[in-house]
Design a binder for this molecule. Structure first.
Ligand code: SF4
Length: 376
């Protein structure tokens, strides 16, 4: 069983904070889809005996392709891969282009989960981020979704933007309360080098909220979402119904195949990544070549470390017995220093045979990860 990720890198306009592999050259969409079709052909026989348990169409903005391009892509995926009956199939949408889609038609082709980039319920922050959608677009997109049988709807939100304080976050949570979302991904803003907003922050032109304010926001978000019935299952993810099975596959270090520009794959003891250059991606595939730019063989210790770091993100914690069985180690002995230090600091706790971050531990998760990492 594997998961499948497909990257669709087109966006109408690049957001001011975005460092994803995305492009506003929407004129290249058809050529890109032809290249993607070739890439699917290169892999479909190799994974024919593997059942696909989750699919995630990410980007970029998959919804910008429109119904006319999405339907053939969905059909191509259906005919090329061995999809499980209870498969989770997610697509990212921007409210501005999502509102024009016929979700019911896509649902009949397998789509059963939508992840919408909403980011904020306040126009001034949407403008600051360079988002092209309006709050009316969010309503219109949700209305379109309500006409379909798709029940799992995620909203992506960002907090900790320049100029934000706790009152702004309270407003966003009021906004979230008014929306019919079953799942929330709530990420802390990270100023990325080379992006307009990131550079303004890194050069000191715009100021981020102070650390203490940022932590207050984070805790407020967790408490308020719990009150609204969203259960946290990962540092930044909350659900009223089901967790995102595709992302869980990443966090639980299960095998996945990534297709499309810059897509990453992880299979058994190997990891590889496609090129991030759109021209190279299309040229390689025109020559019948896989567009892989980087490949890495993983040692057993690398996989173990990856699992520990990712399991720490989950509320279910590190499954000690499973790791001991899979890697033939005495977990408590090997990681004694990291465990003792963080239990003493009250950032880690032992619960029913697992090690989990405490509420304080979630604030300093990077430090806890580093302590485990330093063991090797
Ligand atoms: S919509 Fe998403 S992928 Fe596209 S530019 Fe904005 S943040 Fe980046």
């Amino acid at each position: 069983m594997i998961s499948l990720y497909i990257h669709l890198p087109f966006c109408r306009k690049k957001c001011a904070y975005c460092d994803f592999a995305s492009t506003s050259k929407t004129g290249d969409m058809d050529a890109y889809l032809r290249a993607l079709d070739r890439e699917i052909n290169l892999y479909k026989e190799e994974v024919r005996d593997q059942e696909i348990r989750t699919i995630y169409l990410g980007g970029g903005t998959p919804s910008v392709l429109g119904q006319g391009r999405l339907v053939p892509l969905f059909e191509k995926i259906q005919e090329s891969f061995n999809l499980t009956k209870d498969m989770e199939w997610t697509m990212e949408v921007n409210p501005e282009s999502g509102k024009d889609l016929d979700f019911q038609a896509l649902n009949q082709l397998g789509l059963n989960r939508v992840s919408m980039g909403i980011q904020s319920g306040q126009k001034n922050f949407l403008d600051l981020m360079g988002r092209i959608h309006s709050l009316e677009d969010v309503d219109a997109c949700l209305e379109q979704l309500a006409k379909s049988s798709i029940e799992e709807i995620n909203g992506d939100f960002i907090f900790g933007l320049p100029g934000q304080d706790l009152n702004h976050i309270k407003k966003d949570l009021d906004y979230i309360q008014s929306l019919a979302l079953t799942h929330l991904s709530y990420y802390s803003f990270i100023p990325e080098e080379g992006t307009p907003l990131g550079e303004e922050v890194l050069s000191g032109l715009k100021k981020l909220p102070k650390d203490q304010e940022d932590r207050l926001m984070d805790h407020y978000i967790q408490d308020r979402l719990a009150e609204l019935g969203y259960q946290q299952y990962e540092l930044s993810n909350f659900t009223k119904k089901n967790p995102c099975r595709h992302n869980l596959a990443y966090w639980q270090v299960q095998d996945y195949l990534g297709l499309g520009l810059s897509a990453h794959s992880s299979y058994r003891d190997q990891r590889w990544a496609n090129t991030t250059c759109l021209t190279s991606y299309m040229e390689d595939l025109a020559l019948g070549k896989k567009p892989i730019a980087q490949r890495e063989n993983l040692r057993k210790e690398d996989r173990l470390m990856e699992k520990i770091i990712l399991f720490l993100r989950l509320n279910s914690g590190i499954p000690v017995k499973d790791l001991e069985k899979d890697y033939g180690i005495d977990f408590k002995k090997v990681f004694a220093r990291a465990i003792e230090k963080n239990i003493q600091a009250q950032s880690l706790e032992e619960v029913e045979g697992t090690y989990r971050l405490t509420s304080y531990g979630q604030d300093v998760a990077n430090q806890v990860e580093l302590d485990f990492y330093r063991t090797f």
